[in-house]
Design a protein around this ligand. Structure first.
Ligand code: C2G
Length: 442
């Protein structure tokens, strides 16, 4: 019996794929098809798959051409598979010509002609792209708009359509109402004090919203906006890129599934020095202060691991300008029934930007800058049990965030990386800060 193997993503199965599989089968008696996992695709830069691994596998099975379907999960698996399944022929399309010649030490390698005029990329592009309007401020010291504009180019399902200020070569439409007429969705990164009005207006016009965190500075307002989104069948998603970083997603899962025992403490730190002293008071007020800029990503692992039902909290703050409510150092302590957490961030101080999750059996250590990481470790008393984890990271998580946003719009399902309770809890801390519920460091 001649065994043949081939691999592919097979996203949105089309006649090019089918023709390849039929010819692959004809090369022998038994065909094994390796379908790439989502993680493996991410690691090789394919972030735009529309279908999940199980959907892609089901589509291949339904064709009835393959005798066996396996999952391809890592670089170098092909050699392992050829040996493991005692494969006689490896085959793939001519777009990979020469790339797999190294397998000829183990089996016959055949490159089959690729079908011209069709590809998953074209099928995806032919579907409607979500037109997004970019909302921000030119005076902001954040470069979020430019970063967003750069990253959206990697996402098939969405396109930056216009902006309310100068971004790349986008058309500028300063009037917000006019801009809303032209788009399906908005990305908002204006000053947090403007979010409520801007998000509300967009939702009332049935536009989807991706809003940089914090969604608003008041928990009731944030709750109201989520309810409005639901009522108007729109997606409202909090823009916190860290939530979409693969390494971060994995470490949260590992922490929650007991890999380090029971979690007793979450400690997150981030500092980014800015030349703030030269700013005038009026300028400071227009800029994101420490709590709004760094508070949300630092609180994310706390709320995602320990939940939002803390018993008490204390916010320590050092004001650069009390009048402008501009802090340059913040420390928030959370007390839970059975755990504690500490969040520390600064724009006018320096410390190690790491994340440590303490458990009864071990700890998770994420080195700086932990909020955009591709790497973390799980450490135990016995060092030989320690494990290191690496994941591909592109675009600081922003492009994965945009993919998640467009997927939600397409499916109409609200499945954000950050749940509503977390968004409301983040806004609640903002509310406490702006209500003066802080301990001031003199
Ligand atoms: N294909 C084809 N004609 C097309 C499009 C794709 O013959 N018009 C073939 C490809 O050459 C490949 C298979 O269909 O052999 C699957 O293609 P993709 O889904 O694009 O997967 P790919 O990224 O090529 O997977 O380990 C993964 C493989 O190395 C490659």
């Amino acid at each position: 019996m001649i065994k043949v193997i081939t691999y592919g993503t097979f996203d949105l199965l089309h006649y090019g794929h089918i023709s390849l599989l039929e010819r692959a089968k004809a090369l022998g008696d038994y065909l094994i098809v390796g379908v790439t996992s989502d993680d493996y695709d991410k690691s090789r830069g394919k972030i735009n798959n529309h279908q999940t691994l199980s959907e892609r596998i089901m589509a291949i099975r339904a064709l009835g051409i393959a005798d066996e379907v396996i999952v391809e999960e890592y670089e170098g698996q092909k050699i392992d598979d050829v040996r493991k399944y005692d494969v006689d022929v490896f085959t793939i399309g001519t777009d990979w010509k020469g790339k797999f010649d190294y397998l000829s030490d183990y089996c016959k390698v055949v490159y089959l002609d690729r079908t011209e005029g069709i590809s998953s990329t074209e099928v995806r592009a032919a579907r409607n792209r979500v037109k997004i309007g970019l909302i921000g401020e030119s005076n902001s010291d954040l470069t979020s708009l430019d970063k967003f504009f750069r990253e959206i180019q990697y996402v098939n399902g969405a396109i930056a359509h216009c902006a309310n200020t100068d971004v790349g070569d986008l058309r500028v439409i300063e009037d917000y109402d006019e801009l809303l007429n032209e788009v399906d969705a908005v990305y908002i990164t204006s000053h947090p004090s403007k979010h409520y009005d801007q998000v509300r207006k967009a939702l009332l016009r049935n536009k989807h919203v991706l809003c940089e965190s914090p969604v608003t500075l008041n928990s009731l307002e944030t709750k109201e906006l989520f309810e409005l989104a639901e009522k108007n069948h729109c997606i409202l998603m909090e823009g916190l890129k860290t939530a979409y970083v693969t390494a971060y997603e994995r470490l949260i899962l590992l922490a929650k599934t007991g890999k380090i025992g029971k979690v007793l403490s979450v400690d997150a730190t981030c500092t980014s020095m800015k030349q703030l002293a030269s700013y005038r008071k009026e300028e400071l007020a227009k800029n994101w202060n420490t709590i709004t800029e760094w508070g949300p990503p630092m609180m994310l692992p706390v709320f995602q691991i320990l939940g939002t039902n803390y018993e008490d909290k204390r916010i320590f703050t050092r004001f650069l300008s009390k009048e402008a409510l501009y802090d340059d150092f913040i420390k928030i302590d959370f007390g839970y029934k059975d755990a504690v957490a500490c969040v520390k961030c600064a724009k006018g101080a320096k410390s190690e930007g790491e994340l440590v999750i303490t458990g009864t059996e071990g700890y998770i250590y994420v080195p700086a800058p932990w909020w955009k990481t591709d790497y973390f470790e799980i450490r135990y008393e016995n060092q030989s049990d320690n494990r290191r984890y690496f994941y591909q990271l592109d675009g600081e998580g922003i492009r994965y965030e945009i993919v998640a946003f467009t997927r939600m719009i397409e499916s109409g399902k609200n499945l954000p990386g950050i749940n509503r309770e977390t968004s409301i809890a983040i806004s609640k801390i903002m509310e406490a800060y702006y209500n003066g519920d802080v301990i001031e460091l003199k």
